[in-house]
Design a protein around this ligand. Structure first.
Ligand SMILES: O=c1ccn([C@H]2C[C@H](O)[C@@H](CO)O2)c(=O)[nH]1
Ligand SMILES: [Zn+2]
Length: 130
């Protein structure tokens, strides 16, 4: 049921701290423990110090005891769709598999579903670092 994830991401977006870009983003993760973890973007007056909604949700998942992303939804207030930025794709991939679904949402609901492999093809992998 992706719709509950969409609703969680939409609700999380209300917590965005985005006074500089005025571009609120919300994210919601269904984790392997069955719980939903959410996040919003949190900007900073020192611009590079702000961060995206996705890592907020990942941090909540890790601190809540979740270990893997089963599926994830992302929504932005001002765009039709908000595909995760490059840095977020790498961060998500740490806790996802190639087939993990990422739901790109607008204010109505899920509009596009992509797998992690589609979002981040040929992703960095090595057995040297474990
Ligand atoms: O995948 C993304 C891309 C951008 N943003 C945020 C960062 C910044 O606060 C605002 C404008 O880039 O949107 C996210 O939260 N997730
Ligand atoms: Zn990002």
């Amino acid at each position: 049921m992706a719709h509950d994830l969409f609703e969680a991401a939409r609700d999380a977006m209300k917590f965005a701290h985005a006074p500089y870009s005025k571009f609120p983003v919300g994210a919601a993760i269904r984790a392997d423990d069955g719980k939903i973890y959410t996040g919003a973007n949190i900007e900073n007056l020192s611009f590079p110090q702000g961060w995206c909604a996705e890592p907020t949700a990942i941090g909540c998942m890790i601190m809540g005891g979740g270990k893997k992303i089963v599926e994830m939804a992302v929504i932005a207030e001002k765009l039709a769709l908000c595909p995760p930025c490059g840095g977020c794709r790498q961060k998500i991939s740490e806790f996802a598999s190639a087939t993990t679904k990422i739901y790109l949402c607008d204010e109505v609901g899920v509009q596009k579903t992509m797998t992690m492999d589609e979002l981040l093809p040929l992703s960095f992998k090595t057995d040297i670092l474990g």
